[in-house]
Design a protein around this ligand. Sequence first.
Ligand code: PRP
Length: 177
Amino acid sequence: MPRIPSSIKRILITTEEIQQRVKALAAQIDHDYQDVERLYLVGILKGAFIFMADLTRELNTIHTVDFMALSSYGKSTTSGAVRILMDLREPIEGQHVLIVEDILDTGRTLHYLYNILKGRNPASLKTCVLVRKLRESVEVPVDYLGFDIPDVWVVGYGLDFADRFRTLPYIAEIKQT
Ligand code: PRP
């Protein structure tokens, strides 16, 4: 077990809990897509890269892995505009698309992306979110959910604070300074 950095306040979700939940989500996805020839997974960089790596290795459904990078402006402001920094490699028209996101906070990122991808006429479009903060957020469908968490700043398992702590193997609340 790696040392817990001093700026970590408390561990919210342990490595074992994450592993178990990821396995369960993969089983649920396998079940729901059993009649689908190929699933097109869209991971949202940077945060989702670890969740995506673990989830896809638990999946039996044949799938394509792709990523998008989005940036949101003024997270702490009301504007919260989102833009695409890196797009998908392939057109998704007629594909069964599953968005893989690490965290739903204000919901703006997922809401924006959902509408963009919906406009590309996929055969189906669903979302898989590892953690969702219990707070007021933009209305967006979450088809597969890992955990609901309190509205605190969390890091680990892909989630960062100023690009630190992404590779912690657990999800933890960080101390506010
Ligand atoms: C984080 C996270 C989500 C988004 C969720 O990304 O990975 O994509 O915020 O927030 P929202 O629900 O309020 O839109 P961030 O913009 O921090 O970029 P990163 O993943 O590259 O760290």
